[in-house]
Every structure is written in structure tokens, then in C-alpha cells.
Unconditional design. Structure first.
Length: 261
């Protein structure tokens, strides 16, 4: 019965993907974090918090749709180099407050990216982000604990890895079940296919390099996120204990007040 219940929950998350995904021409992994149920019988409010990739090639229609979200806050998890080379949402949303909180110092070397198809390798990298990016994560939790920060979006370049780690932490602190967090993470796989298509069109001379890293870019194996969550529970005791360890012990209650119905 438990296995059937888990499969039904995962299936529902995937069915809801098309409702929560916001379609843009120039970014590919922008979606609402709301709508998920918690273990306490509550639900994460919709149209309050979004997770996303970067503003790769926003069209005029995209900019209009972004303005329609009435965003107040952008939390950018990218490195300074990514921000300078790839632009930021602030360029088209001049009235938002944008916070640059790098979760990693440098991007992974391209030669190591093919290893990211192994869920255990990915989980280890994610754990490194949790441990090495403690200051940025604590600040992100502090920002999102303020009700005036909403609606808000947090993002990296692809919206899968750094964004996926912070999304898992936020959903976990809100009481969303582990299997739902895992399934939310896995939704990024389809979006990555669209992102790779964009790169192929934009950089036709780099097709050989893209072919080398594409499998790792697309990989959003549920096992990787499940392993990360298991490590948090094993080594910290749970999401709330992790937040406490980085000086953000008040985040669960504040996030709940801001984001739960």
C-alpha cells in the first residue's frame, strides 16, 4: 500500500508539472514551487515563490509575462562571472530587489561534467554545495523569511543543481514529504532538453562540446536528490536541524508563515 501511495504522489507531481511550469521563449526551467502538500495537511501557496534558470534570451513577450508575476525579489545563486557574462533578471525587472548569493566559487570543470550522470557523484556535489555554501544559504533563508520579499524567484544558470538544492531545503523546511521533493527535482530533466536546444541554436560551433556534456546537463536522477536528503537526515537530523546549524533556526516558522496556506 505504501509503495502504491508513493507512486501515486510522484505521478501527481509529474502531472502538475505543466500547470506549475511557466513557459517562456528565453528561459526554460521557470516554475511555481507552490501547490505541494505537507505532512501536516497544509499546502504551499502558489504564485508566491518560483524556481528558475537564468535569463538566457528573453523576448519582449517574456518580459511582459515576467512583469505579470509582480516579483519583488530575485535571489541569484550564480557565480559573479556567470552574472557578468550571462546577464540578470534585474536588467528587465528594474523594480525588484536582487541578491547575488553564490553557492559555489567556480563552476565545475567541463572535463568533469560527464561524471555528473552518476547519481552518487551528483549527490556528493550537492552535499558540497550545502556545506560550502552555508553563508549564502543562510542569507537566502533570511531573505525569504521576510513576508515583504514575495513574490520571489531564486535561480542559477540551469535551474537544476544549485536551484534544486535550495528548493529541496525550502520544501523540506515547509514540511513537504521527501518523495515529493525528489519528484520536483526530477522535473528539471525535461526543461534541460529545451535548454540544450537553445545552446545548440545559439552556439552551433560548440556542438561537439555540447554533445559531451549534454547527458550530464539533462540528468536529474531522483536517486541523487534522495541520497542528498538521506545525508541531511543522517548527519544533521533533518532539514530544521541543518537550518539551525547554519544560524537560520527561525527559518522554518517564518517560511511557513509566508508560504503555507
Amino acid at each position: 500500500m505504501q509503495a502504491h501511495s508513493s507512486e501515486a504522489r510522484l505521478s501527481k507531481v509529474h502531472r502538475d508539472h505543466f500547470e506549475r511550469r511557466i513557459s517562456f521563449e528565453g528561459c526554460f526551467n521557470f516554475r511555481d514551487v507552490g501547490g505541494y502538500g505537507t505532512v501536516h495537511g497544509r499546502h504551499v501557496r502558489t504564485q508566491r515563490l518560483y524556481r528558475a534558470d537564468g535569463p538566457h534570451a528573453l523576448s519582449a513577450a517574456d518580459v511582459g509575462k515576467l512583469h505579470g508575476l509582480r516579483l519583488a525579489t530575485v535571489v541569484d545563486l550564480r557565480t559573479p562571472r556567470e552574472v557578468s557574462e550571462r546577464g540578470c533578471y534585474l536588467a528587465v525587472l528594474p523594480n525588484v530587489v536582487e541578491h547575488h548569493l553564490s553557492m559555489i566559487d567556480v563552476l565545475p570543470d567541463a572535463d568533469t561534467l560527464p561524471d555528473w550522470i552518476d547519481p552518487s557523484v551528483v549527490a556528493a556535489q550537492y552535499r558540497g554545495m550545502l556545506d560550502g555554501g552555508r553563508a549564502s544559504i543562510a542569507e537566502a533563508l533570511q531573505i525569504l523569511s521576510d513576508p515583504s520579499a514575495y513574490p520571489a524567484v531564486f535561480h542559477c544558470s540551469a535551474g537544476k543543481d544549485r536551484t534544486g538544492v535550495l528548493a529541496a531545503l525550502l520544501l523540506g523546511l515547509l514540511g513537504v514529504p521527501d518523495e515529493t521533493i525528489v519528484a520536483d527535482y526530477a522535473l528539471s530533466a525535461a526543461a534541460m532538453e529545451h535548454l540544450i536546444g537553445h545552446y545548440r541554436r545559439s552556439y552551433p560551433d560548440a556542438s561537439e562540446r555540447l554533445s559531451k556534456v549534454a547527458p550530464a546537463m539533462v540528468a536529474a536522477h531522483p536517486e541523487a536528490m534522495a541520497e542528498l536528503i538521506a545525508g541531511i537526515r543522517r548527519d544533521y537530523g533533518g532539514f530544521e536541524e541543518y537550518a539551525e546549524s547554519i544560524g537560520a533556526g527561525g527559518a522554518p516558522a517564518a517560511l511557513g508563515a509566508a508560504l503555507l496556506d
